[in-house]
Structures are given as C-alpha cells and as structure tokens.
Ligand binder design. Structure first.
Ligand SMILES: *[C@@H]1O[C@H](CO)[C@@H](O)[C@H](O)[C@H]1NC(C)=O
Length: 404
C-alpha cells in the first residue's frame, strides 16, 4: 500500500538515463544538456551508434509525454509503487494513452531491465510462505474473515497438490478499497521472493493494458506471448487481472483455454501451476446488501458464511448485463473455482487501516487522529451510515494532512 524502500533503484535509473542523455565528453553538445529530448546528432559520437540512435528516437517520442511516462514506466518496473497513480492510470489520460505509447513503455522497460535484476536474471524464486500469507491475511487485512479463510485454504491446497491438472482461478468481488488488490499483492509477496516484481507474476489492469476495444486482436497476441513466456520461465505462475469487469469479451474468451483442465501429458516430473486472479467490483452492491440485511437482522458480521453470499453472488454475476464477465466462458463454463466476496468496511475497520498507515510510515498517532481521519470517509447507505464508500482507499494520502 505504501512505497517500498526501493529508492536506490530509482536513483540508479535516473543516473543511467542521465548518462544516456547527457552528451559524452568526446561530443561537445551543451545544447543537448539543456534539452535532452531534442538533442542533435554529432557524427562520431556514441549517438551515431544505431542502437543508441533508435533508443534516442524512442526516448524523444516518449518525451512528449515524459512526465506521465515516468509515472507509467515506474509503475511497470515497480508495480508495488503504483497505487497512488492507479487512479490517474484509469482516468481520462489512461484511456487516451496512444497505443504506441505502450510500446515505447515496453521498450523502455525491457531496456531498463536488461541492466537490472527485475527480469530473467534470477528473481523467479518461489517462496510459497504460507505462514507469512496467513499472518498477512490475519494481521494486515481488516474486516474480511471470509477472504482470509478462503484464499489461504484454496491457494495452499492448490499449491500443495502433487499433480494439479488445471489452473486455479479465483474471482475477487467487492467495492473499491475493500482489499482486493491488497490481497493479490499479499499473494505475490508470500509466494515469490520478489513479489510483484517477480518474473513469475504478471499483473494486467484492463483500462491500462487493454484500453482500446479496436486493438483487441493485438492485445490477445501480446497477452498470449506474455502468458506463454511466463509459464516457460516459471513452474508456478500468478496472473492478476485488475478491473476484470472491464476486460473486453474477446479477451475473456481468449483466457478460457488457459483455465480448462490440462490434457494429461505423459509422466511429467513436475506439473506446472498457475493461479489466475480476477479483481472486479462487479456485484459489490449485492455483497453489501446481504451484509446490510444480516446486520439489520441482528446478526454479527463475523457470522456471515460463504453460504449466505456465494449463491447470490454467482447468480447475480451470471445475470449481469453491464459487463462481459458474467457471460464469458469463464463464468458460463464454471472455469472460475471460487467467487471470493470482499465485504464492505465499517468505521472500525477504516480506523485500523489508518493506524496501519501511520505505523508503516513509522509515524506517531493519537486515538483522536485515527477517529478524525476515519471520519473523513463517506459512509453509506445514507440512513445507516455503516459502510465506507471508499473502503480503505487512499488512507495513506489522507494522513499526510495530519502531519506537521
Ligand atoms: C515467512 O513469512 C514470515 C512472516 O512474514 C517470516 O517471518 C518468515 O521468515 C518467512 N519465512 C520464510 C521461509 O521466508
């Protein structure tokens, strides 16, 4: 949720780029330094080297959108720093980012990764730390007793299966800010030494990676390439699809074959394992309704069982008309193993998120500050004011207002 302690890497990147953009001593070109994106070519300098030339062309093209690009680029290289940019990425700019932009971004990322250990140079290490996962789910996630139980059990059972014959597919549902991304990240962090940075983990955000319906064929091709490459590299892979409700129906159909039972392939020493997570707010309202009715009837939140929720959730998803997800082969052909409901968060949960945010930034807090920040969220429905409409989203930004 918060920035990881990876600044030195960022610095490294900046230095690398400066090295690349500043003229070499042999090639005097002060003008370039002032406007690195628009430098001219000095014959005989390193710039004449075609590889550099091409790269610089790309950088120059990217320069037009440079500020935004750096945000996106660093998102791609350090996905766990992205959270604060997520909204921007999904906003109007994210939608209009030209297709070519994504290609430049990929080029840059690949190029950067050729120097750094974010790619194939050995960060495929699989850690499968179930103790850590259990502890994270119990300690860092608030108000989600069903998720805690279901995610730990299904993932552990799947990964401990001697010969799995299919991928595990989980669909996370719930309002924004209830912890879907957070749990996906916990899985990445506890199953892989390098978490979301691992070569074995791929995260796709529908409106960012696949924004334009007209390019769906290109996206399919790319997605296939990425899935296959990842699976060749790693015996255990994790694919996360955020904003799954916005995935193009064509892409959803395309994913079907990756989730069906694998044909037995002789005596493979080790079966590959793949986990697919689909994150969406699809039918979050139904979950909230069930919880609200349960509470109104005098029940306690912790008494809510999967039986209360899953049948509703499943039917509602199948019948949904506002998104292709419910009609996709993933749902129709029962390729999703579990629909995981994230419950709406109450005041006391938000308060815990605020406390965590203070602690993770190593800041002092008072009980009053926790209350004050938790009260800044909007609670719904209007009458009951029970659930935070934004869950625990952007809490860490909010606490900045309280800093001296
Ligand atoms: C698993 O995670 C726990 C809690 O984060 C940590 O204390 C422990 O060292 C980890 N174990 C391994 C083998 O990495």
């Amino acid at each position: 949720m918060l920035r990881g302690p990876r600044r030195p890497r960022g610095l490294c990147l900046v230095l690398l780029l400066l090295l690349l953009l500043l003229p070499l001593p042999a090639a005097p070109g002060h003008r370039d330094a002032a406007r690195p994106w628009e430098g001219t070519d000095e014959p005989g300098s390193a710039w004449a080297w075609p590889g550099f030339q091409r790269l610089r062309e790309r950088l120059r093209a990217a320069g037009a959108l440079s500020k935004r690009y750096w945000a996106l680029f660093s998102c791609q290289v350090w996905p766990d720093r992205c959270e604060e940019d997520e909204e921007a990425a999904a906003g109007p700019l994210g939608w209009s980012l030209p297709l070519l932009g994504q290609q430049y971004l990929d080029v840059l990322t690949t190029w950067y990764c050729s120097f750094q250990d974010c790619c194939s140079s050995g960060d495929c290490r699989i850690s499968n730390n179930f103790t850590g996962l259990e502890s994270d789910l119990n300690v860092r996630l608030h108000g989600q007793h069903l998720v805690q139980e279901l995610v730990l059990r299904t993932v552990r059972d799947y990964l401990e299966m001697p010969q799995p014959d299919k991928a595990l597919a989980l669909s996370f549902h719930g309002w924004s800010g209830t912890g879907k991304n957070f749990v996906a990240r916990m899985l990445a962090e506890n199953l892989y030494r390098d978490g979301l940075r691992s070569d074995c983990v791929k995260m796709f955000i529908a409106t960012f990676h696949f924004p334009h319906p007209k390019y769906v064929d290109l996206y399919k091709e790319r997605l296939m390439g990425q899935i296959q490459e990842t699976q060749q590299l790693c015996p255990q892979t994790l694919f996360i699809f955020d904003e799954a409700e916005k995935l193009h129906p064509g892409l959803l159909e395309f994913l079907g074959p990756y989730l069906v039972r694998w044909a037995p392939e002789g005596h493979r020493a080790k079966s590959p394992r793949a986990i697919f997570l689909f994150l969406s707010n699809l039918r979050g309202n139904i979950i909230n309704e069930v919880v609200l009715n349960f509470l109104k009837a005098g029940g306690s939140r912790e008494e809510i069982r999967m039986e209360h929720l899953e049948p509703h959730l499943h039917t509602e998803i199948v019948e949904s008309t506002d998104s292709g997800f419910g009609h996709s082969c993933l749902v129709k052909e029962n390729l999703i193993d579990y629909f995981v409901p994230f419950l709406p968060l109450e005041y006391r949960h938000v308060r815990l998120c605020v406390r965590d945010a203070f602690l993770s930034q190593e800041l002092q807090y008072t009980e009053e500050a926790l209350d004050e920040i938790a009260k800044m969220m909007v609670y719904v429905p209007k009458e009951e004011q029970l659930f935070s409409s934004q869950g625990c989203k952007s809490i860490s930004q909010r606490i900045n207002y309280f800093l001296p």
